[in-house]
Design a protein around this ligand. Structure first.
Ligand code: DGJ
Length: 726
């Protein structure tokens, strides 16, 4: 059992293979955090800082003991109400409207297997792969019960947390802030690593000192957002890819969130993640339950590579589900950058025919096949095929594509509506809009009120009409704006609408997956605006960014790789000059960059030269051969592209017998110094053969001295070396 309760010391210990998390119920019933770090035995209550600190109050239970203050002691789930002035995880208002509570330990249960969360995505595991600890805390005055749920997955060094609140009192309680997790560190000096960005430039990496004050990442957009990914890393100041301690939090939720790191007056650090508390206020009637979505925690004492390996394995094996979970995904050709809105059935057939000759297996008809959709100003919400535009029925098109031995996929954006649509004309009250005010438009579209069951059911029924009739193998689920207007006609409590909206999205996804279990759904939100572990529970791959320029993609995919495996990262080869930034890059570089993902094409194959067609054909065949290794291998970042003239990464098979090394030159200067890449994760004491040249290399030398890259004139050269253990 990976969860241990020691009655003598009232300590709870969670063990994974290489980590330990510990907390303790103190004599007053408060739950204090003791430790999260390398695996160890013992009770770490010697770490508790008892000291008489000015302006740090003492709870009544401590009597005259001025050294006991919740403002100083590390807590497992800090709440507002007992004199802790640092960032609380929980703020409630009780029946009288008063802020605060005092959560005390009541009891706990330990069970084998991993808890699940009704209506919400969560890490899952077999009975023998995980254990669950539930600690029940209660606030006697208000009647609030907070059950802290812990899931322990020893083999991937993962600990998950969620909180289930129940109002056991007889008056209404309001949750004004209900974060999922909080982690206190009494010592140390740390850096905070975050992933910020914008549309078409997501998940840039930023590393800064966790100095005094609060560093926050957040979204109040109703979506996890392009601007900040819901993932946070705290690391030793000298932590690197291969050394130093680092702790991560990753939200299994796709809506508004907040993550923060606070360094306090005594140089103590608090790290938190959970639901965004702005625009949030969740009333709980007597007997009502509310669940704060799950956060995935991991710790590594050997730097970021191992931390990423833990997260990758958790996402691949315990978040992604269904038919496509362990299957190599089809190489796809998408119509968007090839034709935008300007296509008919012949265009799609032409793309399919031409791309099939290059090795593609799936053609995706992107935005524009339904309603009156010929541009981005109309049609959203009307999920009926525009047969006039296509020139045939959707079924006929799908069947003709299948005859070419290609699978068929389509684009949908179920959460949205254009005012110029039949749906909006018939149901103007189905959108999120504040009475008396005009809603904010974005891309000329409004957001449907997915917090309403009837709205979600109506969209589901429209989609079923399509998918019941047409053999669709793949859906691209897009979402092209942030929520701005928060008002639902269905409720008097607007402070929970964004949360209920997200639950509505999850419900629709779940209904589609259970009705059409073989359809592969790729998530998308203007590229990677909702690239999170919550969506990955339903969509085992997500379009990483609308930016398909290979060089920008190196930076985007570098940041993404900290928390998410290549098997979920949608990446395609597009035409040059690139549609987003006008850059020209060699075709080989575009292909090798797209190989760090699910792989496909975003171009018109008929516009390729004969030479380009041959390269694509060969490289697609190579990609298919390497796809299982790319999907399942250990991923290593070999350079930091922010500071290095080369972006390089490596994939090593689980048994270390096979290795792929990818490198792209991002800088070009006169008389360039040689870039020598020190490889990682090889089997020491072995010889590895590079498959293209047949040359043998000693593994220890490859790891110590590295592999020199050729120095070639010209921009953005790229290299792929394939090694096998001899
Ligand atoms: C945004 C997506 O990211 C694109 O790939 C494309 O599907 C467009 N939406 C279509 O409107």
């Amino acid at each position: 059992m990976s969860v241990v309760y020691d009655r003598k010391t009232s300590a709870f210990t969670l063990h994974t293979e290489r980590t330990t998390w510990q907390m303790q119920v103190d004599p007053y019933g408060f739950l204090l955090h003791l430790y999260y770090g390398s695996r160890t035995d013992g009770v770490m209550d010697y770490l508790l800082p008892f000291a008489d600190r000015g302006f740090s109050g003492n709870p009544d239970e401590a009597g005259a003991d001025r050294t006991y203050s919740l403002d100083v002691l590390p807590q497992e789930y800090p709440f507002w109400g007992q004199g802790d002035y640092r960032s609380p995880a929980l703020i409630i208002r009780d029946g009288a409207g008063t802020f605060g509570c005092s959560l005390k330990y009541k009891h706990h249960t330990i069970q084998s297997g991993k808890y699940s969360l009704p209506g919400l995505p969560a890490v899952y595991a077999d009975e023998n792969e995980a254990d669950t600890l539930i600690i029940t805390l209660e606030d006697d005055a208000s009647g609030l019960k907070a059950e802290l749920l812990y899931g322990v997955l020893p083999s991937c060094d993962i600990i998950t947390r969620a909180v289930r609140f129940t109002n056991q009192g007889n008056r209404r309680i309001v949750l004004e802030r209900a974060f999922t997790t909080s982690l206190d560190f009494t010592g140390g000096d740390y850096d905070v690593v975050t992933f910020y960005g914008r549309h078409a430039m997501e998940r840039s990496t930023q590393r800064v000192h966790a100095c005094h004050g609060i560093r926050e990442i957040s979204s109040r957009r109703g979506m996890s957002s392009h601007q900040y990914n819901p993932m946070l890393i705290l690391a030793d100041r000298d932590a690197s890819e291969d050394s130093g301690r680092c702790w991560s939090m990753q939200f299994v939720y796709s809506g508004s969130f907040k993550g923060l790191v606070e360094t306090d007056q005594f140089n103590q650090t608090r790290m938190q993640m959970g639901l965004m508390d702005d625009l949030f206020s969740c009333p709980l009637a007597p007997g009502e339950v509310f669940i704060a979505p799950e956060v995935i925690h991991s710790f590594s004492s050997t730097g970021f590579s191992s931390l990423s390996h833990n997260l990758h394995s958790c996402i691949r094996k315990h978040v992604c589900r269904g038919y496509w979970k362990d299957r190599v995904r089809p190489v796809l050709i998408n119509s968007w950058e090839a034709a935008y809105f300007d296509f008919n059935a012949d265009t799609i057939l032409r793309l399919a025919r031409s791309a099939s000759g290059l090795g593609a297996e799936l053609v995706v008809m992107d935005d524009g096949w339904f309603g009156t959709r010929n541009n981005d100003c109309e049609g959203l919400g009307d999920w009926q095929t525009n047969e006039k535009k296509l020139g045939c029925s959707l079924k006929e098109l799908a069947e003709r594509i299948n005859k070419l031995n290609m699978r068929f996929g389509i684009w949908i954006e179920p959460e949205m509506v254009n005012e110029r649509s039949r749906l909006f004309k018939e149901h103007p009250d189905w959108v999120l809009a504040v009475p008396g005010r005009k809603p904010v438009r974005s891309r000329q579209q409004l957001v449907l009120d997915f917090s309403r069951k009837d709205v979600v059911d109506a969209v589901f029924s429209q989609l079923c009409t399509v998918f019941d009739d047409v053999p669709v193998d793949y859906i691209k689920w897009d979402c092209n704006r942030s929520v701005a207007d928060i008002f639902s006609h269905d409720t008097a409590d607007q402070g929970k609408v964004l949360y209920d909206y997200m639950l509505g999205v999850y419900r629709l996804l779940e209904m589609l997956l259970s009705r059409y279990p073989h359809i592969l759904i790729e998530g998308c939100s203007g590229g990677g605006g909702r690239f999170d572990a919550g969506m990955l529970y339903y969509t085992p791959q997500i379009w990483c960014s609308d930016n398909t320029d290979a060089i920008d993609r190196l930076y985007i995919q570098y940041g993404t790789s900290f928390g998410y495996p290549l098997s979920v990262t949608g990446s395609h080869v597009s035409a040059c000059p690139n549609g987003q930034n006008g850059r020209n890059t060699p075709l080989k570089t575009r292909i090798l960059t797209a190989m760090a993902g699910t792989f496909g094409y975003e171009l018109d194959p008929d516009k390729l030269s004969e030479e380009e067609r041959i390269i694509i054909k060969n490289q697609t065949a190579l990609q298919k051969e390497l796809a299982p290794l790319i999907r399942d291998g250990f991923y290593y970042r070999l350079t930091d592209p922010m500071v290095s003239p080369v972006c390089a990464w490596e994939i090593v098979s689980e048994d270390r017998s096979e290795v792929l090394l990818f490198a792209v030159m991002t800088e070009l200067h006169g008389n360039m110094p040689v870039s020598c890449l020190r490889m990682k994760g090889l089997q020491p004491g072995c010889m590895y053969r590079e498959m293209q040249t047949g040359k043998l290399f000693p593994s220890d030398a490859l790891m110590d001295a590295g592999l020199p890259l050729p120095c070639e004139p010209g921009e953005y050269h790229s290299y792929l070396f394939h090694f096998k253990c001899n």
